[in-house]
Design a protein around this ligand. Sequence first.
Ligand SMILES: [Zn+2]
Ligand SMILES: [Zn+2]
Length: 340
Amino acid sequence: MKAAVLVAPRQFELRDVPVPECGTGDVLVKVERCGICGTDLHIYHGNYSLDRLPLIPGHEFSGTIAEMGSSVSGLHIGQAVTADINLGCRSCFYCRKNEILNCTKMVQIGIHVDGGMAEYVRVPAHAVVPLPAAMSLQEGAMVEPLSCIVRAFRKSQLRLAESVLVIGAGPIGQMHLQLALRAGAAPVIVVEPNVQRAQLAKELGADVVISDASQVDAAVRAATDGRGVDVAIESVGSPELYEKAFTLIRPGGRVIAFGLAKPGQTFRISALDFVLREQGLQGSVAGMGDDMREAATLLGYKRIDVAPFLTTIYRIDDVEHAFARLAEDKSVLKIQLQVA
Ligand SMILES: [Zn+2]
Ligand SMILES: [Zn+2]
């Protein structure tokens, strides 16, 4: 089968490799679409999973079931699916709590083992997430990224009419924005320097969009009766912006930490203010388990508009160009590879 194999940092080879063997408890998914995300860029640049190369990346894939192991039931050949890429031992303390990333045996498809940038990918049947009938395979490749937002949303404990500040309107920030709106947050404020991304945030319903960094404090105060927001979501991964977020929440407000900083980076907040102002801080990372199924439901009922994420498509043969483009061109929100 054709596969995009990352053989070294910034070096893909389009290879003809054997189709993965389908074990008794596995399914083989014939991949249709596979999105590229920030984590893939980290892998591409050698910041992450370097010890796993050569690797077929790709953890935002959708496709149809081509083969099933003998012990698999409840699924069928040709079924449209995506996958929960987080594979734990399924029995430890963390796996039982759907905190699979903390499982010591955890591996992620497309990050630690071969993923969806190939004609076929092997998925354990328990990790298969069927797509609702109304959903296209293009949309299906957005279930995994949306599941990460679903998880962060739950951890934020956002309530009706709470104000939300989304810092950074990349693909993740645009989904945070939409989910906050659907959940009844008001006002929802977005900070994003890139003009196209800021414009899209406006079109998707943000109440206030700020592009000029010097205006952020004033605009947030103006929109919240001078208090600051109930919830700030850092969706960039910058220590400076984490520190900034704490200045933009109200006393009693909370910061949701979502953007991935570089290893070793730290941020500083006032330990005294943190207590006296009863501030909250909650990290959240990948979607898994129920987060995936809930994301599929939300997408199936069109609660989130993913059309803006489906506009830039590259053939898998052009994988190198696709990665280079996504790394450089901030006007592009998301790139999907057409595999089939
Ligand atoms: Zn991702
Ligand atoms: Zn486990």
